[in-house]
Design a protein around this ligand. Structure first.
Ligand code: AMP
Ligand code: GLY
Length: 422
């Protein structure tokens, strides 16, 4: 496994419990992952390849998007070594918003109407003609989920575009911008396994992107998730499969960039049906920490089938249960983060039956300390969403450090929706 966050810890945990798996290594990983994997301090594509060859690794899995857009999958493919994750060409579906938007336009995949700009004055004059606010401004390239501005006024929109195109706010990721219509609705994340032809959707999930309760405050990498999300019904699952996932995977094949790996569709469920907010070329974080605990089947076998093109033959089964994952972040996140505070209560949290996935922690002499923005994930599985939520927060209540922050309302939107339905 390549990566070092909570998503990777959840993937490693699931892989380590796969009956077909003997040994798990992570590059570079974090100290909290040693319960399931060996940490390997290797850097750079060539050394990663060498390590995989030397240790006769049967399957390599990419966590983050950056190694994919940089072409790690291509390097493994050249050597005939199994790699879960798309080629650099296919990773553009996340790496370039204009690539993704053009693909959706060409293949009629529902998404917000948009225009792409590289010229500042053209972008500004386009904005001045727009009357409907909010208006959404996005840096074209990768910006760790932070390259999006929801502008409430013309002034904000112009400021965002100028900042991006002048290269101030997002560096080279902002050399080109996408301006798009604001979609109203509730968000859902649908991830799927695909070998480029067959698609197996995972259980739907919902992320919580804002830092504070009630979806207030700054955007983050994600403060918690739950699965399945009641905003997705059986009917919507089918619509998403037929109008989004299948056309997208087929389109990628037709464009000559077969997509193998995990395709993540970030959706807005609007009154006109589900529309794509974004595609990602990898597992979502923190969705993975909620979705994978619900998987019954052998994850390594599924991933290997994706690399070989035999996913159709694979049985992918899910628990009939719900999962909630709460992110614990350090002081100052997302603008900055603190580090060095001692974390207490990890063992007590595990005793409540919760899973604890490490994202930004470090270990010194057997004790854990804060070492990042998102520090830990506390995840719980239970028969109902309410029970999963209660169990996850019981786990959270055992953990503390100075300045620890988390949202208290993970899964509340789902619970409200279930209540209304009754
Ligand atoms: P992205 O990086 O494209 O996923 O955008 C980050 C977040 O901004 C999304 O999760 C949404 O909450 C919000 N967002 C992005 N695009 C739109 C849009 N067109 N309409 C409404 N909200 C959006
Ligand atoms: N949860 C959002 C992401 O992984 O991009």
């Amino acid at each position: 496994m390549i990566g070092s966050g909570g998503r990777e810890h959840a993937l490693l945990w699931k892989l380590a419990h796969s009956p077909s798996v003997k040994e798990v290594y992570v590059i570079p990983g974090n100290d909290g992952m040693t319960d399931v994997a060996h940490l390997i301090p290797v850097k750079g594509a060539e050394d990663i390849l060498d390590f995989a060859r030397l240790m006769e690794v049967d399957l390599t899995v990419a966590g983050p998007e950056t190694v994919l857009t940089e072409g790690l999958a291509d390097k493994f493919a050249e050597k005939g070594m199994a790699f879960f994750g798309p080629s650099a060409a296919a990773a553009q579906i996340e790496g370039s918003k204009s690539f993704a938007k053009n693909l959706m336009k060409k293949y009629k995949i529902p998404t917000a109407a948009y225009e792409t700009f590289t010229d500042e004055e053209k972008a500004v004059s386009y904005i001045k003609k727009r009357k409907k606010y909010p208006l959404v401004i996005k840096a074209d390239g990768l910006a760790s989920g932070k390259g999006v501005v929801i502008a409430e006024t013309e002034e904000q929109a112009v400021q965002a575009v100028r900042g991006m195109l002048e290269g101030k706010t997002f560096g080279s990721a902002g050399e080109s911008v996408v301006i798009e219509e604001f979609m109203e609705g509730e968000e859902a994340s649908v991830l799927c396994f695909t070998d480029g032809n067959t698609i197996v959707p995972m259980i739907s999930a919902q992320d919580h992107k804002r830092i504070s309760d009630g979806d207030m405050g700054a955007n983050t990498g994600g403060m918690g998730a739950y699965a399945p999300t009641p905003v997705m019904t059986k009917e919507l699952d089918k619509i998403v499969y037929d109008t989004i996932l299948l056309p997208a995977v087929k389109a990628m094949k037709k464009e000559g960039c077969l997509f193998k790996g995990c395709l993540y569709a970030g959706l807005m469920i609007t009154k006109d049906g589900p529309k794509v907010v974004e595609f990602n070329c990898r597992f979502g974080d923190p969705e993975t920490e909620a979705v994978l605990p619900l998987l019954e089947s052998d994850l390594a076998k599924i991933m290997l089938a994706c690399t070989k093109g035999t996913l159709k033959k694979e049985k992918v089964e899910w628990k009939n249960a719900c999962a909630v994952d709460v992110v614990l972040a350090s002081e100052g996140y997302p603008a900055t983060h603190s580090s060095g505070e001692e974390i207490s209560g990890l063992e007590e949290a595990k005793k409540t039956g919760c899973l604890v996935f490490h994202a930004g922690s470090m270990k010194k002499k057997g004790r854990y300390f804060v070492n990042g923005g998102r520090v830990l994930n506390v995840a719980a599985v239970a028969p109902t969403l309410k029970e999963a939520r209660d169990k996850a927060y019981e786990g959270v209540s055992k953990i503390s450090w100075r300045g620890m922050q988390y949202r208290h309302d993970i899964a509340d939107k789902g619970l409200k929706r279930l209540k209304k339905r009754k």
